[in-house]
Design a binder for this molecule. Structure first.
Ligand SMILES: Cc1ncc(COP(=O)(O)O)c(C=O)c1O
Length: 401
């Protein structure tokens, strides 16, 4: 699998965090440079070396006891919907170039301090940042800047690899690049803990030349290798890559068609079976609908659909289902989602009525004029949610729930 694009080794680890750590070591031995470039909102693992390049996690801290090292440069995530440069803020511009220029700026900053990049690391589509699909040409431009400065490029394919994009085996392929190191994990064992680092012979030779061999008690164990190999067989025999393309396109089309009915859907994006729905309070301002997203995932759970939210505002519904998901499952999903969105609309309408009613109540509670109260009741009762009247003597008042 690695041989098609990269020359060399697969080192089997237990978890993807170990793979990130090994990739960092390989990069350091190969380039002898110190500086590291990572994307904002990135996550690459739970061990210290991986956390150092994972703003997503470090931002969660309240005590700031794990500081990001000074040799780590965080560049903006190329999110064209709500990032630093968007289709609205920079219409008609090459957003891939604008975001790649941020990497170039980071490299220039290093150079001004007589330093150079060891590596640039990014998921090939960013999951933790809110299911972000990079603008065309972004990785090509970035990889060139990094290579020209003596660094190497690492693609984290742990969430996005193994055919999920539908068009290719790896998510870096649609961007037209070949990374120097690829780290893989999660789906690799379909639940069994196994991960790997794939790289070039040159890079592994530099590592070997360091004299420090790689040792890992369970690394390369035959059981994990057999499982990983069986996963590859199933992906091929069951044609899961074309399946991901077909079902992913069907799903995307359905979700996009729901946009005309539900204004809460600000954006539907993705490739294959890696999709995100960016929920907004308002399509013009793109204000993130965070509480609504939380409501959706809790309600969907009650419909037996497990979803999560992601992105810096936790407002993006994240879909990265098993590769066997089919069109019927998509229909089921969309029908339940429509029910939950309708509930949200009703809740919002009620909340608006709630405000109106409260105002009216203060105007009418002491009112003895039955007609005025009755008019008001017929106005609000269309919604059917309020047990509305209480009578006390000659006074009719509204009780708002
Ligand atoms: C993109 C990415 N990289 C690395 C990791 C770390 O993998 P693991 O938890 O297997 O160590 C994760 C885990 O969620 C991840 O999503």
């Amino acid at each position: 699998m690695g041989n098609k694009y990269l020359d060399c080794i697969n080192n089997v680890c237990h978890g993807k965090s170990e793979a990130t750590d090994l990739a960092i070591r390989l990069a350091q031995h190969h380039t002898r440079n110190t500086e590291m470039i990572t994307l904002d909102h990135a996550y690459h693992g739970h061990i210290i070396s991986a956390l150092n390049i994972s703003p997503y996690k470090l931002y969660q801290q309240v005590d700031n006891s794990h500081l990001m090292p000074e040799h780590v440069y965080v560049v903006p995530c190329p999110d064209t919907y709500r990032g630093k440069y968007t289709d609205i803020s920079h219409p008609e511009q090459d957003l891939g170039q604008l975001y790649a220029d941020e990497v170039k700026n980071a490299i220039n900053k290093m150079k001004s301090q007589h330093k150079s990049p060891s590596f640039f690391i990014a998921e090939s589509m960013q999951s933790c940042g809110g299911q972000i699909i990079y603008p065309p040409g972004y990785l090509q431009k970035v990889y060139k800047y990094v290579h020209d400065a003596g660094g190497i490029c690492i693609a984290d394919e742990v969430q996005v690899g193994f055919g999920r994009v539908g068009s290719d085996y790896w998510a870096f392929q649609p961007q037209g690049v070949v990374p120097d190191i690829v780290t893989i994990g999660k789906p690799m064992g379909n639940g069994h803990p196994v991960a790997a680092v794939v790289t070039t012979k040159d890079i592994s030779d530099s590592f070997k030349a360091s004299g420090m061999s790689y040792f890992n008690t369970y690394g390369g164990n035959p059981v994990s290798c057999a499982i990983a190999s069986a996963v590859l067989d199933v992906i091929e025999k069951e044609k899961l890559i074309t399946h991901a393309k077909d079902v992913g396109q069907y799903w995307t089309d359905k979700l996009k068609s729901m946009m005309s009915e539900f204004s809460i859907i600000g954006d539907v994006r993705g490739l294959g079976l890696f999709l995100g729905i960016d929920l907004v309070k308002d399509r013009n301002s793109r204000a993130p609908a965070t509480e609504e997203a939380d409501y959706v995932i809790e309600r969907m759970k009650k419909e037996f659909i497990i979803l999560s939210t992601d992105g810096p505002h936790s407002n993006v519904l994240k879909m990265k289902p098993p590769m066997t998901l089919n069109r019927d499952d998509v229909d089921f999903f969309c029908s339940k989602l429509a029910i939950v969105f309708k509930e949200l609309e009703n809740k919002n309408n009620n909340a608006m009525l709630d405000t109106n009613v409260t105002t009216e109540v203060s105007n009418t509670t002491s009112c003895h004029n039955d007609n005025k109260v009755t008019d008001f009741l017929s106005e609000v009762q269309f919604n059917g949610s309020f047990p509305l009247t209480e009578t006390s003597g000659n006074t009719k008042s509204l009780k708002v729930y």
